[in-house]
Write a protein that binds this ligand. Structure first.
Ligand code: NDP
Length: 322
């Protein structure tokens, strides 16, 4: 039995998480979240975990003393939260500290998509401005657009706040309407898509959101339609999206997230009217540091005070002692 509480860290995680954990804990690292990498004897002595990515039921099952899993990121779809909840294991995520960064990126991606700014920069860098003259006018503009936000939670709200400054109309779809916003609510995603020409997706990966942005939704957006996804690739039918972009069913898309990351379908890579980012919405040093601190702070708070700072709604547990 070690003197310090033992915390398991499977796989890669930001160095700052490890530094902050080492202040108080004995950190046990394994290469990936695989129960075969930790013996039963070692497993018996693990009381908490910090993870960036997967933590499945088999690993939870393998750790009999586990009390808490602190997950890096606001989306915690990599952690088997039902298995954790069933065992009374708390799961925490990193909400709020990344809202502004992700919302900023969503707006940047939207502008890149409608005004083709990355392509315009390439035009300059490749010497085409000198050789061929001005970059072609963009057929699309943000002016006069109607934006529909699919998921008006913490980040969706921050995106809406920014969009207000651009003078675009704002509507949204969630399962339940919010009483605290002035934006128009649509009870279904298709109705939202019919009412707007710019759909911004920022919903979590859940069974209900799987491939909900499908051919019907894209057709509803119409030929001037723009899709921006900064939530999860899981929510988009990528085959239907590639076809819609190719056939002019919608005009353009901007994607930060993909179904099978880091693999991006060739059909999307081949298209000129899609702007692609490698899942960077929260990826600044300052924001990733804030997320790392919240992972560590959750573990510190749990073992110091008996309560986590940001438990996910499925595991509203406090620590059982004695
Ligand atoms: P919140 O939980 O605050 O908001 C989620 C929103 O989605 C709520 O408005 C919720 O409303 C809505 N929602 C959930 N399920 C459904 C559904 N089935 N149909 C319609 N609406 C739904 O989460 P955050 O805003 O903090 O984060 C959202 C997601 O963004 C994360 O889960 C993560 O996957 C992703 N993300 C991506 C990042 C990136 O790097 N690209 C960075 C950060 C987050 P209601 O419950 O009423 O339906």
């Amino acid at each position: 039995m070690s003197a310090k509480t033992r915390i398991l860290v499977p796989g890669a995680i930001r160095e700052r998480v490890l530094e902050r954990l080492q202040e108080r804990f004995d950190v046990v690292r394994i290469e990936r979240a695989d129960p075969s990498l930790i013996t039963r004897a070692e497993a018996a002595d693990i009381f908490g975990a910090a993870v960036s990515g997967r933590f499945d039921a088999a690993l939870i099952e393998h750790l009999p003393a586990l009390e808490i899993i602190a997950s890096f990121g606001v989306g915690y779809d990599g952690v088997d939260v039902s298995a954790a909840a069933a065992r009374g294991v708390a799961v925490t995520n990193t909400p709020d500290v990344l809202n502004d960064e992700v919302a900023d990126t969503a707006i940047g991606l939207l502008l890149n998509t409608v005004r083709r700014l990355p392509q315009a920069e390439m035009w300059l860098r490749e010497g085409r401005w000198v050789r061929e003259g001005a970059f072609p006018l963009t057929p699309l503009s943000l002016r006069g657009r109607k934006a529909g936000i699919y998921g008006l939670g913490r980040i969706g709200l921050a995106i809406a706040e920014r969009l207000k400054g651009f003078g675009v109309e704002i509507a949204y779809h969630t399962r339940r309407p919010r009483a605290d916003v002035p934006y128009t609510y649509y009870p279904s995603l298709t109705e939202l898509a019919e009412a707007v020409d710019t759909l911004i997706a920022i919903v979590p990966k859940t069974p209900e959101t799987h491939r909900t942005i499908d051919a019907t939704v894209l057709r509803s957006l119409g030929p001037q339609g723009v899709l921006i996804n900064v939530g999860r690739g899981w929510t988009v039918d990528e085959d239907a999206l590639a076809a819609a972009l190719k056939d002019g069913v919608i005009a353009a898309a901007g994607l930060d997230v993909f179904y099978d990351e880091p693999h991006v379908p060739q059909a999307l890579l081949d298209l000129p009217n899609v702007s692609l980012l490698p899942h960077v919405a929260s990826a600044s040093v300052a924001t990733r540091d804030a997320m790392a601190d919240l992972v560590a702070d959750n573990l510190h708070a749990w073992f110091d005070t008996g309560a986590a700072l940001t438990p996910v709604p499925e595991t509203p547990f406090t620590r059982k002692t004695g």
